[in-house]
Design a protein around this ligand. Structure first.
Ligand code: ZN
Length: 306
């Protein structure tokens, strides 16, 4: 897990990465080990801040999965959390008088891109990281859409039909994530060829070398992504789309065909720019802190307003 101390102006004062405890599904502790590591991290960072002469005003935490904003609970399959009361546990750990903000990791990343990165200055835009999974952070009319914690699951919408549709981890068939995530590229190449590859990175290397199977897997991913971007553009008219996650390491190999595919398909819709996200793996961590500072600002303005 990535964590840090961030000043009110968004400057990062300290950053560190800590190991996330491995979850073992057949020794299910309800994700307790992960939650305990998170709580310990928050407490220890608070102690570090105090030792360095800073005052922690608020804590921002972003996690994967479905965050029920109303109840502060999280369900995240890979952390073994099912309706886990993460917000209440965090609040108990940091004590009274400090705000705790809990959000989805992709929305955290999208918020950082909006405030300081590739989406800065936009009021309608999309942050779409293509990593192990796919989820979206949607900026609509100047606000990050959360849908009470449930919004942005573009990765779990069907873009592959018929026999080719594979079962997704979410239980549906043919999801964007099953064909266009970094994990899907490696898995699909492996299934096609019987070769085990070292992630999407190796598939991209094979693609660059002219490997025909890599090209097919890549084209299928691009086709589903173009479909997804056409849908998103038609529904909410972004002016800019920032692609992030591991796959954006492919650079123009990814971005140029997405632009061309979208340009070819759109007729009446406003055509968005397609760019690479700029904040990389730190985006979620930074976004969590920026959201926490927003809460402080909101509370202060509320108090001043009576
Ligand atoms: Zn799915």
């Amino acid at each position: 897990m990535k964590c840090g101390l961030v000043a009110a102006d968004g400057a990062v004062l300290h950053r560190e990465t800590r190991p996330t405890p491995r979850t073992v599904p057949d020794r299910n502790d309800g994700g307790r080990a992960v939650l305990d590591a998170l709580l310990e991290t928050v407490v220890e960072l608070g102690q570090k801040a105090a030792a360095d002469g800073h005052t922690v005003r608020a804590v921002g935490v972003v996690v994967p999965g479905i965050i029920d904003a109303e109840h502060g609970t999280v369900s995240a399959e890979n952390l073994l959390w099912v309706g886990t009361p993460v917000l209440a546990e965090l609040q108990a750990a940091v004590g009274p008088g400090r705000q705790v903000v809990l959000a989805h990791d992709v929305r955290g990343g999208g918020y950082a891109e909006l405030r300081q990165g590739a989406l800065k200055g936009t009021t309608n835009s999309l942050f779409l990281p293509l990593g192990t999974g796919i989820a979206a952070a949607m900026v609509v009319d100047g606000s990050l859409v959360s849908g009470d914690g449930y919004a942005g699951e573009l990765g779990h919408t069907r873009f592959v039909h018929g026999q080719a549709a594979e079962l997704c981890a979410c239980g549906q068939y043919g999801c964007l994530e099953t064909v266009a995530s970094a994990a899907a590229l490696a898995r699909r190449y492996g299934v096609r060829t019987g070769r085990v590859v070292d992630g999407a990175r190796e598939v991209l290397e094979l693609l660059a070398e002219g490997d025909a199977d890599a090209a097919i897997v890549w084209e299928e991913a691009l086709a589903a992504l173009v479909d997804a971007l056409v849908l998103y553009t038609t529904l909410v008219a972004p002016t800019r789309i920032a692609i992030g996650g591991g796959l954006v390491g492919a650079g123009e190999t990814l971005l140029a065909p997405l632009r061309a595919g979208l340009h070819e398909r759109l007729t009446f819709q406003r055509e968005p720019e397609i760019v690479a996200a700029v904040l990389g793996e730190d985006a979620g961590c930074l976004g969590a802190a920026l959201m926490a500072w927003d809460r402080v600002t909101l509370d202060e303005s509320g108090e001043q307003g009576g």
